[in-house]
Design a protein around this ligand. Structure first.
Ligand code: IMP
Length: 433
């Protein structure tokens, strides 16, 4: 009953979609365990680009896919995604299973996310404005509407009525925006409910049975470790827990069912939204990395901030997630630089150096990177078919990552397409430890 978690080791956008897509070819079931349509997983298959929002990346390999209890679901976005996939010949019927315990993102969550960010002005979080935070807040406050409420039209209507009466007061009085119309929302939701009902199932039981039957399950995290609500760079985080341990909680299985954790990290770092970022690149090189790496948000189209590789933050991700091997993506993007700085420690306010991620936000805000300058390489990596063919400097770069983290680099991304990945031990061995 092998089970492997794929987790983002940075601030999201590490290329998890591509890694899950590759490993899913060796899996039977793929589960999303947290987050919602704030995620945007870009996958290129035979020259065709797919941008997935809520759907596990395994759908492109025809695998059974689970959207688990720990997720929040925008029903309109999910239907659009299902229709979009069907329109491009990707089968979803009988393959997609939606947990009845997942919470719904309602129109007021989106409206409040947008209005709240506007109101915060310069202090904004820089959210994706998809209603993620307000939906998780209502879940914790026990005011949420769940996927299983879609199964009963009467209950659904009642819950919408009760919630909207309060949310409209907030929208009008606190945020000064127009209230939402009950009838319009109720009839739209009833139609979406009709479409989504066939997908609702007991996904905890489904995954438990799959594991008991010896089927191989992949757990796909969204966002990344540093965006984790409890362990990330709060308050500039998302409202769920991307860390690997939450795969068990979000799906509803025991933590002892997980065998391996593959962390995904870019060979550099990106971050969208606000918040401190010690290794952010100064000068023209930042724009160069952004252009070469195509670093623009899948969901929002925003420019991503780019930084050199931060091994202190990655060491923290290895610790928090129990990462057993690392997928290092987009190494090809670094082919254009004479020298590549990597951050091996932080210099703190008191002048001391630390290889560990600071526990307190003020230390992190003021942390200065301690750099090790590694030689760059000019050769493009598109034709590289094995580890031995990597330029010496690229190989040395990977060796430094392994040395600093004490973790094997099991996959190396050398281009956007599915086949542009080096895997010294073979994909099957990475997927099924
Ligand atoms: P939210 O998840 O929309 O509430 O946004 C909270 C923070 O998480 C913001 O800084 C977003 O930019 C960031 N974020 C959310 N989803 C992603 C993602 O998929 N990739 C990268 N950043 C994300």
């Amino acid at each position: 009953m092998p089970a492997t978690v794929i987790v983002g080791a940075q601030w999201g956008d590490e290329g998890k979609g591509k890694i899950v897509d590759l490993l899913a070819q060796h899996a039977d079931v793929v589960c999303r365990y947290q987050g919602g349509p704030n995620a945007g997983h870009t996958i290129i298959v035979e020259g065709e680009t797919f941008k997935l929002r809520s759907m596990p990346s395994g759908i492109l390999s025809g695998k059974e896919c689970v959207i688990a209890a720990g997720c929040v679901v925008d029903p309109g976005v999910l239907i659009e995604e299902l229709d979009g996939l069907a329109g491009r010949g990707v089968a979803t019927e009988g393959l997609v299973h939606l947990s009845g315990n997942a919470h719904l993102i309602m129109p007021w969550h989106v409206a409040i996310d947008q209005a709240s960010e506007r109101r915060l002005g310069k202090l904004q979080i820089g959210t994706t404005r998809r209603g993620i935070g307000p939906a998780y807040a209502d879940k914790a406050a026990r005011l949420g509407i769940r996927v299983q409420d879609l199964l009963d039209a009467k209950i659904l209507r009642q819950k919408i009525e009760v919630a909207l009466a309060e949310k409209n007061v907030w929208l009008e009085r606190v945020y000064g925006v127009a209230p939402l119309d009950l009838e319009a929302i109720a009839s739209q939701l009833e139609e979406l409910a009709r479409r989504l009902r066939p997908y609702v199932s007991d996904t905890s039981l489904l995954v438990d049975r799959a594991l008991a039957d010896g089927r191989f399950v992949l757990f796909e995290g969204a966002q990344g470790t540093l965006l984790d609500l409890d362990h990330g760079t709060y308050p500039f985080v998302t409202s769920s827990n991307p860390v690997a341990a939450y795969a068990a909680a979000g799906v509803g299985i025991g933590p002892n069912r997980i065998d391996a954790v593959v962390g995904v990290s870019k060979a550099y770092v990106t971050r969208v939204g606000e918040g401190p970022f010690p290794t952010e690149i100064e000068g023209d090189d930042q724009a160069r990395v952004r252009e070469l790496g195509g670093e623009f948000g899948t969901v929002t189209g925003r420019e991503r901030r780019c930084g050199w590789l931060d091994l202190v933050a990655l060491r923290y991700a290895v610790r928090l997630n129990g990462i057993t091997s690392l997928a290092l993506t987009k190494l090809d993007v670094l082919s254009a630089f004479d020298e590549l700085p990597v951050c091996v420690a932080y210099r703190l306010r008191d002048g001391s150096e630390s290889r560990d991620f600071p526990a307190h936000q003020s230390d992190f805000h003021h942390a200065e990177p301690v750099w090790e300058a590694l030689p760059g390489w000019a050769e493009p990596l598109d034709e590289v078919a094995s580890l031995d063919e990597l330029p010496d400097a690229a190989r040395a770069y990977v060796d430094v990552v392994e040395r600093e983290l004490g973790v094997e680099v099991s996959l190396i991304g050398t281009g956007a397409e599915r086949e542009r990945v080096l895997s010294p031990r073979g994909l099957a061995a990475v997927a099924r430890p």
